[in-house]
Write a protein of this length. Sequence first.
Length: 481
Amino acid sequence: MSTEGVGKAVKTISALTRLEDPQVAYVLLRDCCSFPRLVHLLRALPPSVTQEAAAQFDDQLRLAMDPICGITLSDDAWKQATWNTGGGGLGLRSTKAHRVAAFVASSVECSILDNWDLTTLPYWPSVIDEFNAALPPTYRLTATMSAKEIQAKIAPAISDDDVPERSFAHKGRGRDTTLQQALSKLIDTKDREAFLRTITDREQLGHITGCSTSSSGAWLRAVPNKNLFMAMQPNEFRASILWRLFSFKASHRCALCNKTVDNPNGRHTLCCKHGGGINARHNAVRNELHNMALAAGHAAALEVGDGHGKRRPGDVVIKDNNPTTFVDIAVIHPLQPKYQKQAADRKKIHIRPVDAYAKNIKDAKYKDDLRDAGLLFVPFVADVHGNLSDEASATVTRLARARAIREGELPSKTERIARIKLSFVIASAVARMLAPSEHPTRGPLRAPGGLPYGPSTHRYATDAKEIDWKEEESATENIGG
């Protein structure tokens, strides 16, 4: 495949860089103009033929991300961007790295369908050698294996996510791409593990680990539509992308509390109790969960107390459940020192920060009292990456499936949409904290690192009114940290 063969794709990529909305540009680049644009050629031509053009194509993709992000990404940030969205990246799959997976998958599937022998291909041994170099040792192949033997070897790596129920809606995409998806995930896994072994910064390592889940990357799959409340302002989207790639550069002094910032990637900004950002983040999740309960057909209320003074464990209360369910919400930052220490203690069984917070803080405070009163208590804990505690995840599943039954939809489809929406709500709240347009008393804020961000109409808002910036500065335990 010559470099001229990707000429039209490169022109399209260049046109995307002129879009004013970086979120729209990113989605189009990922889904229409990156790896998917050439996958039909990569599945048909041997990797040795496509190597040069694939490398040039990847270079163009990287250049296109500069105006979308507002800065030139470092090598480490770009490597992370090429991982899948469920593995901590942006889904901008490297054409050069994954072209061999596309060809092997296509050859295996064609061999089975047309009943011909793979080993008769003269270049097959060199394809397998290149493929094995990119795979974890457990899944390495031999050139003498039949197509069905290869399929059986890779089968343990295929998850339910690789066979989406929605595949029937996309012509030519379904079970025929299942093997290729699994192979690409294996390549991503090996590349990510090798990269993580080179990282000496514990903060960066913890951040990438927190981003490497399907929940944390779900918001990137949202359709950038303002009517669906899934669109970010340009400066907010860029801040979110840079934060995810561990490339967010905050000022050395916090514009909200005026304290010196000594931690990277915006951690102080996301934990600062001044300015109302923590409250807004909590309320955004609360409102979305309330909407999910209403859509599922439940009678739900907000901010209900338990009769013990000013305590309000019922951020969302589902009244028609038996028993009545009190859901208390918290959004935490898992890289706070107390969580870092817990994760570093190898003598203890590792517990995710969201689950530890749900059990040690929320349950300990409310569960027994509400149970004695004949009520059910559910701690709904999320982190700033979008990861949910076990009980929170189970709650989303129950509400989504109840809505699916009510509306006659596929439960898996309804749940997927619900998780994307909730993930986007958290990502948007985080973005507004990282890139607010102005400080209420100190005037306009410079964009992190001097990035050329567009104007923002950002407001922190609750149900019916904007949060008062002069409200009490302390954040209660009920809204997490």
